[in-house]
Design a protein around this ligand. Structure first.
Ligand code: ADP
Ligand code: ZN
Ligand code: ZN
Length: 654
């Protein structure tokens, strides 16, 4: 007699499907099944002897003898599907490496070697580091969440390494999650060279064969440590003993497309399910985490001092209100000169790639705009093209103004490329290393740039946010922060929190070894209260003040949000779909949930689609989620449903 198997299929529907199966089958294995007119790969979620449906089709092939997804991983995936109101088939598909999704064999191609002669550090741990390690290990291998709040360069990574080795000694595995740009060769080498185990990495740059190998080595326990970016949260690790999240405050732990999960939030769930400790490290804790510390759900451990003899850098402001000549103040140029002649490195931080962000007419009000987005186009000089940073669209720059026909077109503002040009006019003999997405597109280019910096020779480094975090350049003495003022103008209620974190992280690159470093911030808003705290390195006080503001406005983390976003080529359809949604939501009638909107997105149009947002907010997470579930069940009554693209974003950050 055949059995009935319930199968999750990667389609955007909140449904699973029953099939007949004659072969031996276990929960968690992959099966090839007929679906509509195609064959698709699904995962068996349950095995039964009855189904509520008639005329079931049969499983074509059982692809695995043993489960690809174990019970704990499956329960994390169910939890995620439920919490993010996302179809289980798509959730599972996000969690699997592509080769498994495609039905390829679950075999390891090449087992990476075990390290033979691990290195030990040549310094003694500080008292603070020792206390941190003891406290984490005292959690007795049970669930306990720790915030490792250590100033930049305080030796947090050293704490990770020691607690990880202690776990490995107990035959446990450790999962380390790092931000998208935090997984540098330096970070990987530090783990590989210090730990007596096989370390595998999981990130988007890896080719599919290596990704599958890493996944399978995690799954069969051969890898003691998995270091990866957000999707690594789904790596199956049967002996998981500890989860570490580095740079906890970083936004890249949240996926911003399709299945919009937050790997940091999921790591708490995973740690609870596995009953193991979790450590979240940062110099600039997110307000969410600080609130959890206040509520005594998370234990804070602090590292207040930089390691060795290093101290925190001196930070000062340059008032740019009186500065009329371009991106660089005289003072900053002067200081750069001094440090370079002392044989030091200087980093100038500007968070905008390209030559100039605006190409405009000096005679009328014309600006080069993207035809498909509501945004100006950025001039890229080396290719002489205008590029849209939202949709990737490109065009040749006009020679005459399309509005007034005069030859009066000019660029305005600075990007990394123009800054490089300006600097080379001042410092003709100094190497300038520009690191942005344009100069690191080619494979290994980023690594080569980092090697050049690490060689330690005096140079100027132009950095975007790719360099804001995690890097440890020993000869870097000064950081100049050029253009952060747009952060003050943002409409996102989290903008000041992000700005404070960015300023401290970037500043943290200076003077990490021996000599005291210096940080200079150029701004047109020198009186902004943020600087009172940043200049004196009082992040926590600043964060507490922000928390008070959030509390009085009942904003997150004191309330919970969900975003319903609709977008369509027809602007009216997108807006009206959300009006229909409001009617449905009001019918569900849950008093404690506030409905805000619909409002048009700050960037109205992207790639020809108009975006509208509807926010739901409540102090009570449970009622908010009940409302969303009911909404999801009835969404088919919305008439415009098939005329728009829409998604739900739980705990949105943008
Ligand atoms: P963080 O992760 O907090 O920014 P790191 O762990 O990268 O800091 O440490 C900064 C630097 O100090 C690294 O080069 C590291 O090797 C070194 N270091 C760490 N702990 C100590 C210590 N106890 N004594 C001396 N140097 C240390
Ligand atoms: Zn004109
Ligand atoms: Zn565009």
């Amino acid at each position: 007699m055949s059995l009935i198997v319930e199968v999750a299929i990667p389609i955007p529907l909140n449904k699973t499907f029953d099939y007949l199966c004659d072969d031996e089958v276990l929960v968690g294995v992959r099966v090839k099944v007929p679906f509509v007119r195609k064959k698709v790969i699904g995962i068996v979620l349950a095995i039964r002897d009855k189904s509520n449906f008639y005329k079931l089709k049969s499983v074509e092939e059982v692809l695995d003898k043993t489960p690809i997804l174990d019970k704990l991983t499956l329960s994390l995936l169910f939890w995620s599907a439920n919490y993010y109101h996302h179809p289980i088939g798509e959730v599972i598909s996000t969690a699997l490496p592509k080769n498994l999704r495609l039905g390829k064999k679950a075999n390891i191609k090449k087992i990476t070697g075990l390290p033979n002669q691990t290195k030990q550090s040549n310094f003694k741990l500080s008292d603070e580091q020792n206390i941190a390690i003891t406290q984490i290990l005292k959690s007795n291998y049970q669930y306990h969440a720790f915030l490792l709040h250590g100033v930049t360069g305080s030796g947090k990574t050293e704490v990770y390494l020691h607690t990880t080795q202690a776990m490995l000694n107990q035959k446990k595995q450790v999962l380390v999650l790092v931000p998208e740009i935090g997984l540098t060769p330096q970070m990987i080498t530090r783990f590989e060279s210090r730990l007596k185990t096989r370390v595998v990495t999981i990130h988007s740059q890896l080719n599919e064969t290596k990704k599958l190998d890493a996944y399978l080595m995690a799954k069969n326990g051969e890898a003691g440590v998995v270091i990866g970016t957000r999707s690594a949260i789904f790596s199956p690790m049967p002996n998981l003993g500890l989860i570490i999240i580095d740079e906890e405050h970083d936004n890249s732990f949240k996926q911003q497309s399709n299945f919009r999960y937050c790997a940091k939030n999921l790591s708490f769930i995973r740690a609870k399910q596995a009953n193991i400790p979790i450590v979240l490290g940062t110099a600039t804790p997110s307000l969410e985490l600080l609130k959890n510390v206040m509520d005594q759900k998370i234990t804070r451990i602090t590292l207040t001092k930089r390691t060795g003899n290093a101290t925190l850098p001196k930070i000062s402001l340059i008032d740019m209100r009186s500065n009329t000549d371009g991106a660089l103040s005289k003072m900053l140029i002067e200081k750069t000169k001094q440090y370079l002649s002392a044989g030091k490195q200087v980093m100038l931080f500007i968070n905008r790639r390209g030559y100039a962000p605006v190409y405009y007419c000096t005679q009328c009000s014309w600006k080069a705009q993207c035809d498909h987005c509501d945004s100006t186009m950025v001039y890229h000089r080396h290719i002489n093209r205008l590029k849209c940073h939202h949709c990737g669209g490109e065009k040749m720059p006009e020679h005459t103004c399309p509005d007034c026909f005069r030859q009066s077109l000019k660029v305005l503002g600075y990007g990394t490329e123009r800054l490089e040009e300006t600097l080379s006019s001042y410092f003709a003999d100094t190497p300038i290393i520009r690191i942005d997405r344009d100069t690191t597109r080619r494979k290994k280019a980023f690594t080569r740039h980092l090697e050049q910096i690490n060689a330690g020779k005096s140079c100027i480094i132009i950095g975007t946010q790719m360099l804001a975090k995690g890097h440890d350049f020993s000869n870097l003495a000064m950081v100049g922060i050029l253009d952060i003022d747009t952060g003050f103008l943002s409409l996102n209620f989290r903008a000041t929190e992000y700005l404070a974190q960015l300023l401290i992280q970037v500043s943290g690159r200076a003077g990490r070894h021996k000599e005291k470093g210096e940080v200079v911030i150029q701004t047109r808003y020198p009186d902004h209260p943020i600087f009172n705290f940043i200049l004196s390195s009082h992040y926590t006080q600043f964060a507490n003040q922000l928390l008070k503001q959030r509390l009085s406005a009942m904003m997150p983390p004191f309330s919970h949000q969900a975003l319903l976003c609709a977008n369509a080529k027809n602007k009216q359809n997108a807006e009206n779909f959300l009006h229909e949604a409001v009617v449905l939501l009001k019918n569900i009638q849950i008093n404690s949930v506030e409905i805000l909107g619909p409002v048009i997105n700050t960037i109205e149009k992207k790639s020809d689609y108009y975006y509208f947002n509807l926010y739901l907010q409540s102090n009570n997470r449970v009622t908010l989620h009940q409302m969303l579930s009911t909404f999801n069940q009835h969404i088919n009554i919305l008439k415009l449903k098939n005329k728009v693209r829409w998604y739900l974003d739980i705990d949105p950050i943008e």
